[in-house]
Write a protein that binds this ligand. Sequence first.
Ligand code: HSE
Length: 300
Amino acid sequence: ESVHVFAPATVANVVCGFDVLGFAVNEPGDEVIMRRKDKPGITISKITGDDGRLPLDPAKNTVSVSVQHYLDSIGSSDIGLDIELHKKMPIGSGLGSSSASTVAGLFAIKTLLGDDTDPMKLLPFAMKGEEMACGHGHADNVAPALLGGFVLIRSYDPLDVVRLPSPKGLYCAIVFPDVDVPTREARQIIRNKIQMKDAVTQWGNIAGLVSGLFMQDVDLIGRSMQDVLVEPVRSMLIPDFYKMREIAMENGAVSFGISGSGPSVFAFTRDEETAKLITQKLQQHLTNIKIGSNGYVSPI
Ligand code: HSE
């Protein structure tokens, strides 16, 4: 008996909503194959697509650790499981790579055990995986990976997650410049004190973005996607960030920003063609400055 689960990449923060907003894309994503075995305990028999960067030790891998937390919570700690993880997206990309793996693992165990409770119940276990992967249990990647679409984390304590609508026809262009930006480090450089005037700008933008999603008002979405708190600092870790913004905006983007903690960047567009064009232009620019990249286009 085995199950095969895919979980998607996600764009956390959505520019103005640090740690509180995220959405899922169609691709890329990770796959987990999970099998029951007789011998109790979790093993990881295979990981592909990670260039040897992820641990096979079940005590150190975010997938097995979060699955073990789930099993402990339902009193089934001794079940025998084998996990294969097939990474089909880059690690350390700011596209929720660890979340995609963790959510695929949790969904796999839920399915394997025939647990038909609300997938939302898996969220605290997925957040444990995030905590292990980057030192902080934020939910703005795991929640959209689990639920799909746009998600708001209204509160962390108590956890309160709200699904938001996605406007029809909105597309996302994503480019991952091949430089390493570990989330742990990208979190350490953020200022932890902010000015009231910046807070006012930021919450105006978050409210504007959420309103824009409900009203299907793409202009409002676009002008709300500005970040005065985190982007000014994190943009320094991304090659030619402001030049890439200029290229995206000149070629018809509605908005442009950092995906999660970077280095990936993303742009919203009104159609697929524009998203493809922007991906291509940004990748061309990165090639010109001798940086490799991956590009993706997805409806939202
Ligand atoms: N909200 C998190 C951060 C997402 O920006 O650090 C990490 O992908």
